[in-house]
Ligand binder design. Structure first.
Ligand code: MN
Ligand code: MN
Length: 313
């Protein structure tokens, strides 16, 4: 059950309990019945049922990678290797074992993440994956014609060496056409950080779908030692932009800026990133994912159907 719904229901219930107690109180005062009514009210309000229900609802889930939702209900279960949840402080992702790349990666970006750490360049296998998995290594990308394309960018995680190195686990990487990675994609990443330096914070989701891209050596469907890494056909990204503040989930409404793009994974004929803006609905239709599932339904539909036309530099 979404938090906002259960919170509403509990508040309603508490309100009604208070009202009933109040009404009985007035009606029976100074009759001895009021004693029992007050006792009942005290018992109800202090019983563990209410405490257990209320405490997690008041918890602020903001500032976490999955605050706006888990787009594929990924779980850290070996029974679902193609929707395998990996959660770190820096990001959360759903790994697709068959494809050797993430389905999506989700993270939160505010000023506190950005420091002065140098780019670690420590591409390595992800220790979350045991040997039953298709464990992709950096060498699977060597001479492939594709960049090791970050989902959560190195430059979004420069607070410490450890957090920067976390972006270099191969589960955060997709084969990305070099001009795609170093062109529109890099520009969109930099635009995101510009928004943060202007006083905003972002919720970001990046993912991919389809098979086959055109890198520096032409069209390729799979790379790697055993063709174990799929080259995605399309790469997408979504920014949710909020002025920097607390209680982020509660501040998202129909007017919140949402920027979404889908850009074909190719080295040829690329345009500026903002020329590719589309709606989140298009990403959901193409991938079967459900973004923003933690938002109230009417906010979710409003945000997912619009196409951003805001300033882009
Ligand atoms: Mn990149
Ligand atoms: Mn959705």
């Amino acid at each position: 059950m979404p938090n906002y719904l259960s919170k509403f229901m509990i508040e309603n219930l508490l309100m009604r309990t208070n009202n009933i107690a109040l009404r009985f109180n007035i009606r029976f005062v100074p009759n001895y019945h009021s004693f029992w009514v007050v006792l009942l009210a005290i018992t109800l309000s202090s019983c563990s049922f209410f405490e257990e229900e209320v405490i997690p609802i008041l918890e602020d889930n903001s500032n976490t990678s999955l605050a706006l939702g888990n787009p594929s209900n990924a779980r850290a279960s070996f029974l679902e290797p193609n929707n395998f949840l990996i959660e770190r402080t820096e990001y959360a992702l759903s790994y697709n074992n068959e494809r050797g790349i993430p389905n999506w990666v989700s993270w939160h970006l505010d000023r506190s993440w950005i420091g002065s750490t140098d780019r670690a360049e420590t591409f390595k296998t992800d220790p979350f994956l045991n040997n039953d998995f298709n464990v992709v290594s950096s060498s699977d990308y060597t001479n492939s014609g594709f960049d090791r394309g970050h989902n959560c960018p190195s430059a979004d995680r420069t607070r410490s060496t450890q957090s920067n190195e976390a972006t270099f686990f191969m589960t955060n990487i997709v084969p990305q056409a070099p001009r795609h990675n170093q062109g529109p994609w890099k520009d969109m990443e930099e635009f995101g950080r510009d928004l943060v330096f202007e006083g905003n914070e972002l919720y970001v989701v990046m993912g991919n779908f389809g098979v086959g891209g055109t890198g520096s050596k032409g069209y390729v469907e799979k790379i790697g030692r055993n063709s174990n890494v799929v080259v995605p056909k399309y790469i997408w990204k979504v920014y949710v932009v909020l002025p920097e503040d607390d209680n982020d989930l509660l501040r998202v409404d129909e007017s919140t800026r949402v920027i979404a793009v889908i850009i074909e994974n190719t080295n040829e004929g690329l345009k500026a990133w903002h020329e590719y803006r589309i709606s989140v609905d298009e990403i959901e239709d193409a991938t079967g994912l459900d973004l923003f599932s933690e938002l109230p339904f009417f906010v979710q539909s409003a945000l997912e159907s619009k196409i951003d036309d805001g300033p882009v530099n």
